[in-house]
Design a protein around this ligand. Structure first.
Ligand code: NA7
Length: 550
């Protein structure tokens, strides 16, 4: 942003608030509520037309959470816990969005949010110790604190395939699905991408469309979700025990109640291992991952589990050639986000579902009529892109964030995202992130992390208020040390050993490396809490200027 732009911002600035919150997904919604309850004047901004974040946009067929809804829900309000009833163990997108709307109504959140409004710039003014935030609607706000609740998955990524715009049929993006119903019955449909999103779409559409062509580059490991309706007795029991459920989640590595064994893989016999894996498979969800303690750090253990899943694929998929193509190889299981499915592999037994292997026959281009690979052109009525996101950093690098001394965030992150506790960056005073890079973000329950981060920020603001402090930012040393810890843990974890959005591999020219804290959510909480208890260790505060001083 040029000096002239900055001067312009100053000249039109009219709104002054205490806190700006960017994003009205789970993190932003809670942030708005929490800071408002503290008596602060809060302004939220949201690019979507309503609350929900990723759940507002992702209305594709079959969209569903892959964590139990009992865990994937707010814990900050005992009233809301009692008033809301989840119908299924793993909720579909309509129920998740209905829940978010229920919370927004219940807490009257919308009055403090400007919808259909995208933040286009945020600049720190050192003299006045405030952020100036501008939007694409021409609004300019000044705020003491800026909280980026922009989420790890909010910038969808089109594939680098030539000709996308040439397609004369219907082009649909999973991450920007139309709000009106889309009738695909009898149609020739192509789906590009077989991550969590592609898998959910394929299993949902396979039995419903004319022909389904699934363009798969890297096969994913997926396990049975075994979703179920929640019986009233079970729901009542949960409602009685929410406090305990939340306590378990807060101290667990994944921020949820899924059991996690401390058993090492090779501490039991081959036969016992097989039996335990069978039990995990039968229990469904991510039970398999919780069966042993060392699946993400012991490559031999990991490979045995991978082979167990490959065997399952052979048991289900009748055509052996298709089964082979569906088997993931060359990267550890659980290093890409493990998918949960309901009959995904079975879908390939349908005569109208065709697996297109982009590893042996890559997509050359999208044409006016469909998709062309080396083997030829497939004509399509509809092409669906399920090609993922510019994860973790995309949202914050989509606009100019300029900190102290004109420091640009894209410069600060030019070799990869840096932060202290996944929460703040050196040189960017009073700018907080929730579920930011180098925190546990994608590796644990995002709602538990969001609540934790929002509360941490609330604590810091209260501390500053009490002590006459005006600015907070991490020291360079603190950020360096945190980054070393993140890197050391990442080296030990198999999560860094696959080409995924976790490591930036899906975005051309993006710095590569795992910018996630792999020590687990419970440990992350402990480290944050220790820093706070130790007088906000690693943070540097600036005193409030006395009236009359420059
Ligand atoms: P993912 O997991 O990033 O998956 C994107 C998929 O799109 C993946 O299979 C990619 O294959 C595929 N892709 C991307 N570009 C291409 C091209 N050019 N050709 C063929 N295939 C391509 O995104 P999702 O939306 O499924 O899931 C994101 C998160 O949401 C997930 O981790 C959960 O946390 C929920 P590739 O792997 O690059 O070979």
């Amino acid at each position: 942003m040029s000096n002239t732009d900055q001067a312009h911002i100053r000249s039109v600035a009219t709104h002054r608030v205490d806190v700006v919150v960017v994003g009205a997904g789970f993190g932003g919604m809670y942030a708005i509520y929490k800071y408002r309850q503290m008596g602060l004047k809060v302004q939220g901004f949201e690019a979507g037309g309503n609350v929900g974040g990723v759940w507002y946009w992702n209305r594709y067929p079959g969209a569903r959470v892959d964590l139990q809804s009992i865990d994937y829900s707010y814990s900050f309000s005992p009233e809301i816990e009692q008033e809301w009833t989840w119908p299924e163990e793993f909720s579909g997108q309509p129920d998740v969005l209905a829940y978010q709307n229920f919370v927004a109504d219940r807490l009257d959140l919308r009055k403090d949010i400007r919808f259909n409004t995208r933040v286009t710039g945020a600049v720190w003014n050192t003299d006045r110790a405030l952020w100036t935030v501008v939007t694409d609607q021409g609004d300019t706000f000044e705020a003491t604190y800026c909280v980026m609740a922009t989420g790890p998955l909010s910038i969808p990524k089109d594939p680098d395939i030539p000709g996308l715009n040439r397609f004369k049929g219907q082009l649909l993006r999973a991450a920007k699905w139309p709000h009106e119903p889309v009738n695909l019955a009898g149609k020739r449909v192509g789906v590009i991408g077989t991550g969590s999103t592609g898998i959910q779409i394929v299993q949902e559409l396979g039995p419903k469309v004319g022909d389904l062509y699934v363009y798969q580059r890297t096969p994913s490991f997926t396990m049975p979700m075994r979703n179920r309706k929640l019986e009233p007795d079970y729901v009542a029991e949960v409602k009685r025990n929410y406090a305990g459920i939340r306590e378990v989640a807060r101290n667990s590595p994944i921020g949820g109640t899924r059991p996690q064994s401390t058993r090492a893989f090779f501490s039991v016999t081959r036969q016992q291992r097989r039996q335990l894996l069978e039990d995990g498979w039968r229990n469904g969800g991510l039970a398999l991952l919780g069966t042993f303690a060392d699946l993400l750090i012991n490559p031999e253990a990991n490979e045995e589990v991978a082979e167990f899943i490959r065997d399952k694929i052979s048991e289900v998929v009748r055509d052996p050639v298709t089964a082979e193509k569906l088997k993931p190889r060359g990267y550890p299981v659980f290093a890409r986000r493990p998918c949960l499915d309901t009959g995904y592999y079975e879908t390939y037994n349908l005569p109208n579902v065709h697996l297109m292997d982009c590893l042996t026959d890559p997509i050359l281009e999208v044409t006016e009529r469909g998709v062309r690979t080396q083997a030829g052109e497939v004509e399509l009525d509809t092409l669906i892109l399920a090609t993922g996101y510019d994860g973790l950093t995309g949202a914050l690098l989509a606009f100019d964030v300029i900190g102290r001394d004109g420091r640009k965030l894209n410069e600060h992150w030019k070799n990869g995202a840096r932060s202290y506790l996944g929460l703040m960056m050196e040189g960017f005073p009073n700018l907080f992130m929730t579920t930011g890079p180098n925190g546990p973000a994608a590796l644990a329950n995002i709602i538990r992390i969001s609540e934790h981060d929002v509360d941490l920020v609330a604590g810091a603001i209260t501390h500053m208020d009490k002590n006459g402090l005006e600015t907070i930012e991490p020291s360079k040393d603190a950020e360096d040390n945190w980054m070393s810890l993140v890197a050391t843990l990442a080296q030990r974890s198999l999560v860094s050993k696959a080409k995924t959005w976790y490591v930036g591999a899906n975005v051309r020219d993006k710095p590569q490396g795992l910018t996630l804290f792999t020590g687990g959510f419970g440990k992350y909480r402990e480290l944050c809490s220790a820093a706070v208890q130790d007088g906000y260790r690693g943070f540097v505060f600036g005193q409030k200027k006395r009236a009359g001083s420059a």
